[in-house]
Write a protein that binds this ligand. Structure first.
Ligand SMILES: [Zn+2]
Length: 293
């Protein structure tokens, strides 16, 4: 799933390639992805893309006052195309193509670039909204602070954690608490902060909060720097190669050489290094031990 660094770099790419261009047409093939009816998608035709913003993991194309907003969810992706002039319509509901945005050529006969939103697999979670204000998208209205904004200080993080009885892993990927961090980067942040994923958020000392804040900002900025400027198609591989614990069960930890372990958490699993994060003790798999009782 694309998280803040990948979504921000997609937004940067669109800033460089789509801003200033007129929308030729928006074609919807995956109707379940479209979450709004008013204004209609056709209202975007002929409007100029004036800005591209990121809100958490949402991408927001400002089309001169109307916003085309998308959330790529778990298996969605944005594919840039240099020329869509010969791209054909596909049968709705068939295949991964959910939406196509054609950008008008500057001059007749010039290439017609644009992008396509695709979603692999059978679970269709990709979401597209056409709204007058991005705040009309419920997921955006509920977002917590952006960890790369100037206002996200160690004090702000301390305020968020203070009194929370949630496990830090779950809290970090809760979009209402902090915007943009998902399953992969929460594993990376906790490894960098040398903190157990099961630690109760409110129990962190001031020193640990400062270390966690530093880990959040550094991890996301480093990932963003690596992703920046890459073509959209290369982002997924780049994300994977930059991860130090996430998805690396059984591999040696780059920090200490211990074996990276995995434990189930909520609807998925998390990875961590026992030596770096849990005093050398492997975490009990709660789901497994519950089943064995
Ligand atoms: Zn380690």
């Amino acid at each position: 799933m694309p998280e803040l660094p990948e979504v921000e770099s997609l937004a940067e790419f669109l800033r460089g390639h789509a801003v200033g261009r007129k929308i030729g047409a928006v074609e919807v093939f995956g109707f379940q992805a479209l979450k709004t009816v008013d204004p209609p998608v056709t209202a975007l035709t002929g409007r100029t893309v004036t800005a591209v913003a990121r809100h958490g993991k949402f991408i927001d194309l400002d089309c001169d006052g109307l916003h085309l907003v998308t959330h790529l969810a778990r298996a969605g992706w944005l594919r840039w195309q240099d020329d869509l002039s010969r791209a054909k319509a596909v049968r709705p509901g068939k295949g991964p193509l959910a939406l196509r945005v054609r950008l008008a050529p500057y001059e007749p006969g010039e290439p017609e670039p644009g992008f396509e939103l695709t979603e692999a697999g059978t679970q269709k979670r990709l979401a597209v909204y056409v709204v007058r204000d991005p705040g009309e998208v419920p997921g955006i209205a509920a977002l917590g602070p952006d960890p790369l904004s100037d206002g996200f200080t160690a004090e702000v993080l301390g305020g968020i954690l203070n009194g929370s009885r949630a496990q830090i892993k779950g809290l970090l990927r809760d979009q209402k608490v902090i915007a943009g961090i998902g399953n992969a980067y929460s594993d990376e942040v906790l490894h960098a902060a040398r903190t157990s994923p099961f630690k109760v958020a409110g129990s962190l000392t001031e020193e640990q909060v400062t270390a966690l804040h530093e880990a959040i900002v550094t991890t996301l900025r480093t990932a963003l720097d690596r992703a920046r400027g890459l073509a959209a198609k290369d982002l997924k591989a780049e994300k994977k190669s930059g991860l130090r614990v996430h998805g690396r069960t059984g591999e040696p930890c780059a920090e200490c050489g211990d074996t990276i372990r995995e434990v189930s958490f909520a609807d998925s699993s998390l990875q961590y290094c026992p030596t770096c994060q849990t005093g050398g003790k492997p975490l009990a798999d709660r789901r497994m031990s519950r089943l064995l009782k």
